[in-house]
Ligand binder design. Structure first.
Ligand code: ATP
Ligand code: MG
Length: 306
């Protein structure tokens, strides 16, 4: 099975002459989890709505497997909107069947799929319960099922895990993992950087209508490494302080976080020197968190704009 590709090509959108998305381009490959990230008001939901064809770009195009989506007749979308919209007076099963049939499933198929997912998410006993009588998290699960019941080609989830307990988050991640195995498009937006870090293979960070960074999450983390390391040895911390080639940034229990300051002295030289004197109990390269990278980049953009 060849992977699908969704391409956003120079897309712009203004609301009442205010640009909300400006000349935005990125590519989403099937089989990866693509995180569309950015602060409040960055333009994420607007971009998602354009991909979904709910609103139209003023300029640019959105292509699916190299074909403009304007010319594609059958492309199945699944969308979990940030404003959740369920029918409170309907029963859970009726509502899911309704959503399934809106997405071209037969009534029978929609019913079978709805029950299958309700069972998987531990909600089969709520089949005949009115939506208004469900807890917030349960409603969230129902909305989730409604988004992928019909096995869409493109699945877009706006803040999918807000309001869900850790157990349900794990079940949903499993379902998403399975969906991805079909080499399909999966786009997630979230403000929770830890979640993005765990879930996404690729991220695109947007701010004030523009792309700030776009790439594989591992490459991005490598790029923003601060050349800091953590080491724990049998040597005393005081002895490490005496080494003139390093600068100690932080001490935690028996470990220290440091950078190498002498140009002619590499981290390998340092490790050799320490090892000759005492065993190394722990060593790691400090990776910046996505949270730190996000804040750094947004601040950099703000100071450039001043
Ligand atoms: N229908 C609309 N009419 C006018 N302005 C709009 C409309 N929809 C969005 N906007 C404006 O576009 C900008 C981007 O909004 P959008 O909802 O895309 O942001 P977002 O990145 O999803 O933010 P959040 O993280 O808060 O959900 C905001 O300034 C918003 O006020
Ligand atoms: Mg939004």
């Amino acid at each position: 099975m060849s992977a699908n590709v969704l391409e956003i090509k120079k897309v712009s959108k203004s609301f009442m002459d205010v640009p909300v998305v400006e000349d935005l381009s990125f590519r989403v490959k099937g089989g990866e989890t693509f995180g569309l990230l950015g602060p409040n008001g960055a333009g994420k939901t607007t971009m998602m709505r354009m991909i979904m064809n709910i609103i139209q770009p003023d300029e640019g195009d959105i292509l699916f497997n190299e074909q403009s989506r304007k010319h594609i007749k059958r492309l199945h979308f699944g969308y979990l909107p940030e404003e959740r919209g369920l029918y409170p007076r309907s029963t859970v099963l009726d509502m899911l069947i309704y959503f399934g049939t809106l997405n071209n499933l037969s009534r029978r198929k929609a019913e079978v799929e709805a029950i299958r997912y309700l069972d998987r998410l531990g909600m089969v006993e709520f089949t005949d319960t009115k939506v208004s009588q469900l807890s917030k998290g349960m409603q969230q699960k129902i909305q989730f099922i409604a988004a992928f019941l019909h096995d869409p080609d493109v699945l877009i989830l706006d803040e999918p895990f807000s309001g869900l307990d850790p157990i349900n988050q794990v079940v949903l991640r499993d379902i998403l993992q399975q969906y991805k195995e079909g080499e399909k498009i999966l786009i997630i937006s979230t403000h929770q950087m830890e979640q993005a870090e765990q879930l996404c293979d690729h991220i695109c960070l947007i701010n004030q209508a523009h792309v700030i960074i776009d790439g594989n999450i591992k490459d991005i983390k490598k790029k923003y490494r601060e050349n800091a390391y953590i080491i724990e040895t049998e040597k005393s911390i005081a002895e490490l302080h005496q080494m003139d080639a390093i600068d100690i940034l932080e001490e935690k229990n028996n470990a220290v976080k440091f950078t190498v300051t002498k140009k002619t002295f590499s981290i390998i030289d340092f490790l050799r020197k320490v090892k000759d004197q005492s065993p190394i109990l722990k060593f790691e390269v400090v990776e910046p968190s996505l949270h730190d990278i996000f804040i750094q980049l947004i601040h950099e953009q703000a100071s450039r704009g001043k």
